[in-house]
Design a protein around this ligand. Sequence first.
Ligand SMILES: Cc1cc2nc3c(=O)[nH]c(=O)nc-3n(C[C@H](O)[C@H](O)[C@H](O)COP(=O)(O)OP(=O)(O)OC[C@H]3O[C@@H](n4cnc5c(N)ncnc54)[C@H](O)[C@@H]3O)c2cc1C
Length: 423
Amino acid sequence: MTVSRRQFNVLLGASTATVTLGLPNVARAAAPHVVVIGGGSGGATAARYIAKGSKGAIDVTLVEPSKQYYTCFFSNLYLGGLRDYASIGHSYDKLASSYGVNVIHEWASGVDRDKREVILGSGARVPYDKLIVAPGIDFKYDSVPGYSATASGKMPHAWKSGTQVQLLKAQVEAMREGGTFVMVPPPNPFRCPPGPYERISMIAHILKQKNPTAKIIVLDPKEKFSKQALFMEGWENHYPGMVEWIPTSISGGVKNVNVESMEIEADLDTFKADAASVVPAQKAGAIAAAAGLTNDTGWCPIKPETMQSAMDDNVYVLGDASIAAAMPKSGFSANSQAKVCANAVRGALTGSKVFPARFANTCWSTIAPGDGVKVGARYKPGEGKIAATEKFISQTGESAEVRKETYEESFGWYDGITADIFG
Ligand SMILES: Cc1cc2nc3c(=O)[nH]c(=O)nc-3n(C[C@H](O)[C@H](O)[C@H](O)COP(=O)(O)OP(=O)(O)OC[C@H]3O[C@@H](n4cnc5c(N)ncnc54)[C@H](O)[C@@H]3O)c2cc1C
């Protein structure tokens, strides 16, 4: 297989580094070479920090199919009409032009760990000294009977960045007067524990303005959820009578979804939806399993000191795909893990100082405009896994001023973290 002229030009054009390209494959470079699979919160941060920190001593290649990354974080605010879609899109231009990262817009289809090569969709191979795998999540579609990738065109999961969230917004806005929106959140563990409940809040916010007699039914496979008391208090304050949360012990669990009739059948009742969002159970992005980095949970075990894969010292796994124990699967977590990983990779390849791993996370959620809540913690390596050291959470009954401050803080966080990820 050969590297296409387009990839060849992308590699040459984007790089200020010294990757030597040859045919049929990308030749092993003179400087140590790091390949990153996945240009999301984890992968793009790692690529930027390694390229920036090593000042040309390490060649960095990022393999990511999309040219524009739309953040899942703040996609709920887009749903609620508080952000426009363009404002949650980010390009890879600065990673290439300001930091010399070679960006290849292709899928990685496999990893040959013995030869230390990433196999691209085109068949070209990219050699690495260290590989960082940050592909986010994939879905276990059959965890919800009747649901499938095709069904997500009618009942969007909208749980990956991209156009699904636009579809969901259009469907909610087109609901008949007094109609029903049904949300089926995922079981644990999943990307962004408070995300489904922020989504419900933002959909309630649109409905309150445009369709105030509409109802939201939440058929949760769980018995409790993140920031539950805060969300429930918020729903009662802002959207009284609109949201009905039904845990599995009451509904008996979802037995089938029918996207043609828009019916969601639970053990004890069938719910007819005018619009619905079904988010199935999750696992690490498929390439992680293809590379042999997952265990029987479907996620990737890691060493907490470095984010190295427990399966291979030359491979690091970041973000949602990793088993980060106490850390939730969030953009903030992935970004924090990427910095620990970048420091360890630079140390391994150039001998630069490696600092002890320290991680942080905060998840902000908007319940209504001006009413934000948060939960967060600091972390460090514990016995074989990442462990929390300090935790904090917003309290029920907080003043409107505190909630407004928290809400505004989240906007500052979004600007800061996206600049930290994409440059
Ligand atoms: C509704 C919602 C709200 C959220 N809100 C927040 C929030 O407020 N705060 C927060 O911190 N987090 C939030 N999150 C979670 C956050 O979006 C994820 O945890 C985060 O994006 C994980 O980063 P990642 O790098 O692991 O994966 P991603 O950011 O998903 O990046 C993975 C990348 O890998 C690429 N990829 C996958 N497979 C391959 C392959 N084979 N070859 C090449 N590339 C590949 C994908 O195209 C993608 O760009 C939210 C999520 C959702 C769904």
